[in-house]
Every structure is written in structure tokens, then in C-alpha cells.
Write a protein that binds this ligand. Sequence first.
Ligand SMILES: [Zn+2]
Length: 509
Amino acid sequence: MKKWYKRIAISSLLFLMLSAVSVFFAVEYRVDEMFGGQTVAATHLQGKEFQSDYLLKNAQVLNPAGDSFLVGQDVHIRDGLIIRIGENLPAFDPKGQSIPVVNANGHFLIPGYTDSHVHLWRSKNDLLLYLANGVTQVREMHGVQRHLNWKKEIDSGALLGPDLYVVASQLATFGFWEGLWIGWTSERNIVHTPEQASERVQQLAKQGYDAVKASSFVSREIYLAIGQPAKEAGLELLGHIPMEANLDDLFNAQQSEVAHIEEFVKALDRDFGGYTSANGEAFISYVRKYGPELAERVKAKGIAVASTLAIINSFTQQKLDIHSALNEHPIEYMNPGLLESAEMGWLPDVNRYRVDEQYRKDDWRERVEKYWGRYAEAQNILLQEFVSKGVPILAGTDANVPVMVPGFSLHREFQAMVNAGMTAPQVLTSATQAPADWMQWPVGKVHSGYRANLVLLRENPLENIEASRTIESVIIRGNLLDRKTLDQLLNSVKKANDSSRAVDIREYL
Ligand SMILES: [Zn+2]
């Protein structure tokens, strides 16, 4: 009799354990899928042998101030660095060995772009999209161990990709069970007390992250306490202005960058009392009134601001006419895992920003237009204030959220910045020198001794920012990728996506 009970008990226990294990793996698989981890790897990810000692002949070189081009310049590139720049440089080294010559044909040589706000999630394929679009540095804003590993592989030359600045995934405060779930499925750094947060920050520094990020959901207490330990551990604090915090808190939090201009719109809106589609005009007046003072305080504190304008500008269109939004963007390059996912989705039925059926009543279109139109207007007003006060602006896209295709979206962002009132040279600086200064990296200028992360353009980007897309070649740590190679990278990603797709997207192409 006893044996019989024992057997039942053991088999129940086994059954429970098995169920727990299968639930665990089912969730892991789902999460991996929704973050694009199931997409086939593109074939061009392996680092190859590229030319690494050569003379780039006859380029127009962007001057260090970033406001004009010097004509007829030769640039000697060796071992990933810019060695010399000048007119008529000899095509042989001091030992008399000849150096291979690459003709730049009078094209425009500028520093490679930095996208200061991206989410790489789980597919390395994005790395190729960045390179093909001239983006030689990206700042990953939800960094986990996976991205630190990629960074190592890229640094060693085993993996082809832009240089990575890895910000540890958001610090956030949630209740115990919710925190466990969110920590697991979205890999955030869940912290409950300032002491715990301080310890976590020290761990993150040891693991090799470059910065820590405040989320909208970190408690005010932790937010105000975390800046100092982060600084002591050698990490920058950046990110959102938490929902529990106000603008005074931002200036006391030792935060060195705000992740989106949008964060200021949200903070001003909290002070305003929450505008609606009915009183948007009053909110805009409020933003105009307090914007100048806000910009002065941001400047005085030395806080940089990432732009992410294009994503916000796209909200109204995505909510009202997702088909036209998808048509405008090259979504064939977008990871189908993310494109199709119910949680992160882009496509009409799953779009993250869609207006749910229950809210599509009466004049909903008009209300969407009024509310989100004002929201975008407010961020554009603030951008102008920040620019006029000399706040460092960092071009960023939030790529991988709809409809920001990695790499391509940075050029969209440039256009949005010009539309909001910045000049083309200012925009170029926001993607080159400004982020380089902020990271203290030897990139962002065409200068001897600097890393050879460069872009050669057919047209002059100082005259028209749209020229940022006229890419003839990209140089990453000295490796020259010509137009043909860049097209191969793009094709290999497109092919990988096509073979991983569950939903036909031809109607959007
Ligand atoms: Zn983001």
C-alpha cells in the first residue's frame, strides 16, 4: 500500500517538474522569437580579411570643426587608424614599401555616423544594416550579456559590425512577482532599494557595461540615489526621467544624458497636469513659456539630449494610416520576428502604436491628430530651445521600434532634425562629434590618430542632409567596404529575413 502512494507522489512530483521545465522553455522560446532571436543569421556576419593599409587618394575631407571640406586630401589608413592626412602624400611608407592606393574620386569623406539610441535585441543581422548605412558606432540602450559578447567579437575582428557602446538594460522598480516576470522576460535590471541598486551598478561595471539607464519605472528614491555610485563605478547614468520624478529631480540625479527629448515633453506635461486633445494649444503655450528656462538648466548641468524625433513624428501616421507608414520604410530589412510579434509588432494587426478597436469611436481620428500632433510639436519646440542654448544633441532613432528600421532610420532622423530647425552641419555634428565627445571615444572626426571609422559620400552633406545617404563606401576600423560589398551585406540580411518570414509583406514594398 505504502509503495503505491510513494509511486503516485514521485510521479506527480516528476510531472510537476517536467511541466515547470516545459513552461520555462516555452516562455524562453516565445521571448526569443518576439525579440527577433529566431531569425536566420545573415551570411555576411563573419569578419573577413579586408584591406587594412592603404592610401585613400583625392578625397574632400570634413574639417575638424565640421563645417567645411578641404579639397584634394589624401588619407593614409593603417591598422584601423588614420595615420596621416595631407595633399599629395607619397604612396610608400618610410621603408620605401609601396602602399595600395584607393581613389576617392573627389568624394566627401566624413566620420562614420553614431546612432545614439538603438535596441539590437537578439539578432546580429542588425549590425550589417548599420554598417551598410554608414553607422560605425551604435549605443545599445538595452544592453545584456549577449551584447557585451558581440562587442568582444567585433573588437577582435571575428564579427563584422559597428563599434558598440553598451548601456546596461534599464533599472526598474516593480513589485516582487511582477519584477521577477519582467526581469526574466524583458531582461531588465529590477531593483527594490537604493542599496540593492548601488550593488547592482557595481556588478554592471565589473561586467563591462559603459553606462546604466534609468527607466520610467524606477522609483524616485533609487533614481536620486543611483547617480553617485554609478559615477564612482565609472558608469554614466542616462535614460528616462522616471514617472515618479520631476524636472528638479533630474537636475539632482547626476544624469548625464536624457534618452529622448520626449522625456522633457512628458515631464512638462506632468507639471501642466496632463493635456488632452481638447487643450493641446494651452500645453504648447506652456512648453513655449517654460522651454527656454528648461534648456538653460539642461545646458548648465552639462546634460546631453538624444533626439529620437522621427519615431514621435511617426505616431500620428502609424495610428491613422499604418499602411502608408509601412510603405514608406524599407521593412524588407526589418527583422520579421519583431515585425510580426504580438508584443513588439509593426504590422497593422500587431502594431505597438495602433489604436484599439474600443477607442475608435466618433471623432477618434481628429483626437489622435490633435493629441499626437501636439506631442510632436512640443518636442520640436524643445529641440530648437536646446539647440539655441548649446545643449549637446545626439542623433538617435530608437531603432527596432516601429517604424525605425536599423541603420536606415538614422537618415530619417537627420531629415526630422532639419525639419525641426537644425542646420545640416549641426545635424552632422549630432551624429559624429557630439556623441564621440560624450563617449570620449577617438571617433567623430577625420583626424590623424583617430579610429578609421569613416564614410565616403558622393554628395555634400553640409549643403543638403539628404546627401548622408549617398554612400560610396564605409570604413570600419580601417576595413574598407565598397558599395558592392555594402549591397551584399544588405542582400544577405534581406535573404535571411525572407527565409524567416511567416507573414507576406509584399503589399508594403
Ligand atoms: Zn529606446
